[in-house]
Design a protein around this ligand. Structure first.
Ligand SMILES: Cc1c2[nH]c(c1CCC(=O)O)Cc1[nH]c(c(CCC(=O)O)c1C)Cc1[nH]c(c(CCC(=O)O)c1C)Cc1[nH]c(c(C)c1CCC(=O)O)C2
Length: 376
């Protein structure tokens, strides 16, 4: 008998084993409390992660930033992966979020981006005219942002096998606001004036952004992200009618175009007047800030999961106060499957790390559900 069939059998077996191993990992990830909550399935306790969980409030991060500028850090996959994994492990959270930034995508689209010390991001050539919109380069594939994809691949390998990784991008509106204002804004005067004065141009700008973002987010899922968050941080500045007319169609088409599918968290602040409309985008999980009570928000969101909603400033209070506020959010969620605990916005840079660690422990402990403890 020749050796060939035996050799073939062995290599087939190895491949099968490899497949079983990766299926086993997919199972571990998909059955994690975070992923179950995204699908509104029961969990043994309420999963928690924190927006901006890797950042300046952590001494290790500040130390690293002394030698590496922010943009360079984002563009170094090994360092970005290290920051992501360290933060998730130090905090004991139920999901990691890839270390990157909302505005990275604007560079390959033709914008000069700078993170000036203390001033936040600046875009040196903002969108101010029809020519600027025409000149904006749609991102045909995610190749220019391969460093983010590489960071995702490295992070996925380094994370515990049952800890999901969240990829992210900005929403078309929030990104457009940075492009038009040239940076952060209080009143979004230029953005709204643009929107009201030339609807056609506005739609052109948001469509190009939405298509570029869909390619980027799809590539993040392919690279190993289990879920995606779309940050529409400043959308709460809009009236419901303006949201419906100028933003909803673009956010909806973005979410519809993401492929392969993974749960999408759609987050914004100041959105109490917009929740029913945000649900219409098709997001699986709606992220809310602290300006609305969780149960009221959930009622309006309906059959979707919800993420939130502790005021980030609570983390400066004494532990009994933090505990009390976290408890009241859990009470309002009332064990209904589909709650992911989070802050209502990102952790502030001055936040005491030990309070963040304590919050994660408190939420885990206070939300233990005896009847479902056998699950995971
Ligand atoms: C609006 C926005 C941006 N970036 C982001 C948003 C949406 C979230 C939100 O609403 O807060 C998203 C973001 N930015 C960063 C992450 C990393 C992942 C995480 O841990 O959550 C995420 C998810 C790192 C970052 N992005 C930035 C830092 C600080 C940079 C530094 O190290 O000095 C970090 C850790 C810089 C940044 N990047 C941006 C701003 C306005 C700033 C300056 C403000 C600030 O410094 O906090 C744009």
């Amino acid at each position: 008998m020749s050796e060939e069939p035996k050799a073939k059998r062995i290599s087939e077996r190895a491949r099968e084993l490899e497949e079983t191993a990766s299926f086993a990992q997919i199972d571990l990830l998909q059955n994690s409390p975070f992923m179950r909550a995204c699908r509104r399935e029961p969990t043994p306790y309420t999963p928690i992660w924190l927006m901006r969980q890797a950042g300046r409030y952590m001494p290790e991060y500040r130390l690293l930033r002394e030698r590496v500028p922010f943009l360079e850090l984002c563009k170094s996959p090994e360092l970005a992966a290290e920051v992501t994994v360290n933060a998730a492990e130090r905090l004991g959270v139920d999901a990691a979020i890839i270390f990157a930034d909302l505005l990275l995508i604007v560079e390959p689209m033709g914008f000069r981006l700078e993170y000036a010390k203390g001033d936040g991001p600046i875009i040196h050539n903002p969108v101010r005219s029809a020519q600027d919109v025409e000149g904006l380069r749609e991102m045909e594939d995610a190749a220019p942002l391969d460093y983010v994809l590489q960071a995702i691949r490295l992070t996925r390998r380094a994370l515990p096998q049952d800890l999901p990784l969240i990829g992210f991008a900005g929403a078309p509106f929030t990104l457009a606001s940075y492009l038009i204002e040239g940076g952060g804004s209080r009143n979004f005067m230029r953005t709204k004036t643009f929107m009201y004065s030339d609807e056609g141009l506005w739609n052109e700008l948001l469509s190009r952004l939405a298509r570029s973002l869909a390619r980027f987010l799809s590539a993040q899922i392919e690279a190993g992200a289990q879920a995606i968050q779309i940050f529409d941080s400043w959308v709460g500045t809009l009236s419901p009618d303006d949201y419906r007319k100028f933003v909803l169609p673009h956010t909806k088409s973005l979410i519809e175009s993401i492929s392969p599918r993974a749960p999408v968290i759609y987050f914004g602040t100041g959105t109490a007047g917009l929740l029913e409309l945000m649900r219409e985008t098709g997001g699986d999980v709606i992220g809310v800030d602290w300006r609305i009570q969780l149960d009221h928000a959930w009622q309006r969101i309906g059959e979707r999961a919800i993420m939130g909603n502790l005021d980030p400033v609570t983390l400066f209070a004494d532990l009994p106060i933090i505990r009390d506020r976290a408890r009241s959010i859990l009470d309002r969620a009332d064990n209904r499957p589909g709650h992911i605990f989070n802050l209502g916005h990102g952790i502030l840079p001055q936040t005491p790390v030990e309070n963040v660690v304590a919050l994660v422990e408190m939420v885990h402990e206070m939300s233990q559900r005896r009847e479902t403890r056998s699950m995971t």
